[in-house]
Design a protein around this ligand. Structure first.
Ligand SMILES: NC(=O)c1ccc[n+]([C@@H]2O[C@H](COP(=O)([O-])OP(=O)(O)OC[C@H]3O[C@@H](n4cnc5c(N)ncnc54)[C@H](OP(=O)(O)O)[C@@H]3O)[C@@H](O)[C@H]2O)c1
Length: 235
């Protein structure tokens, strides 16, 4: 059982996990459900609720369903590395326009639509957190080995979207921390094809680590690219 407690949020805080069917999303739900400080948890996923992140009508409808709730914590844990059987490229020679476009649609545009429709559901009168799952490989400054062009670029685009939204959100939501979050290498179906030879942490540990990192952000500190251990990653 997780011992994580989001002590920096209001007692009885209300959370929403989007992508709740994924390896990390499910682990977030378990950790938050176990947190004695949590007063309510909503879950959304494509598999269980038809929440297709690339379909703005579906995203808007899901937000409308929850319009009476004001959230303290929203986590968007959707994302994909393989889409329609196409995985990350080793070389620019493998770039395919359709596959690249799919990466941007799922990993960057989808979370942008989520922020568009769910930022208005963030509570204004208390400390709040909104985080989107990104990946360290989306860092441009930290890119020393190349490869995975479409996935990297889609996460770099997501990071820019998070940063841009955070600047705009500061006016209406000065107590919000909006972050792009790197989970580490986590044992889920997404990383399964690359499991050999790579150390992967269990999803439950990754969720605890990330919640602890989010809990440690100072109130209102925003526009962050945050790693699971609380360190900041260069953009
Ligand atoms: N695992 C790692 O090592 C690792 C490392 C760095 C970054 N990340 C990032 O962490 C996030 C979560 O990854 P994970 O490891 O938990 O992967 P996962 O187990 O494959 O889960 C992915 C989640 O994204 C959802 N999703 C994918 N495409 C969607 C779409 N078009 N519309 C709605 N939902 C969609 C899936 O929904 P359904 O299952 O309902 O279809 C699932 O809930 C991703 O953004 C990933 O890039 C993971």
């Amino acid at each position: 059982m997780s011992k994580m407690e989001m002590t920096s949020l209001a007692e009885g805080y209300h959370a929403l996990v989007i992508g709740a069917s994924g390896g990390i999303g499910r682990a977030f739900c378990e950790a938050i459900a176990d947190d004695r400080c949590c007063g309510g948890l909503d879950r959304l996923s494509r598999r269980d609720d038809g929440f297709e992140i690339t379909d703005e009508t579906a995203v808007a409808a899901a937000a409308a369903e929850l319009a009476d709730t004001r959230f303290d914590l929203i986590l968007c844990a959707t994302g994909a590395l393989h889409i329609d059987g196409v995985g990350p490229e080793k070389t620019i020679r493998a770039v395919d326009a359709g596959a690249m476009s799919n990466q941007f649609t799922v990993n960057a545009i989808g979370p942008a639509l989520v922020m568009k429709h769910f930022l208005p559901l963030i509570a204004r009168d208390r400390r709040t957190i909104f985080a989107c799952l990104s990946a360290r490989v989306g860092s441009i400054g930290d890119n020393h080995i190349g490869g995975w062009m479409s996935y990297r670029a889609s996460k770099a685009a997501l990071n820019q979207i998070v940063r841009t939204a955070s600047i705009e959100a500061r006016r209406k939501l000065p107590r919000l921390s909006l972050a792009a979050l790197h989970p580490g290498t986590v044992a889920t179906s997404l990383s399964e094809p690359f499991a050999a030879g790579n150390r992967r942490v269990e999803a439950g540990d990754a969720a605890d680590n990330m919640l602890s990192a989010l809990n440690g952000i100072a109130e209102g500190e925003t526009g962050l690219f945050l790693a699971y251990d609380g360190s900041r990653i260069e953009w």
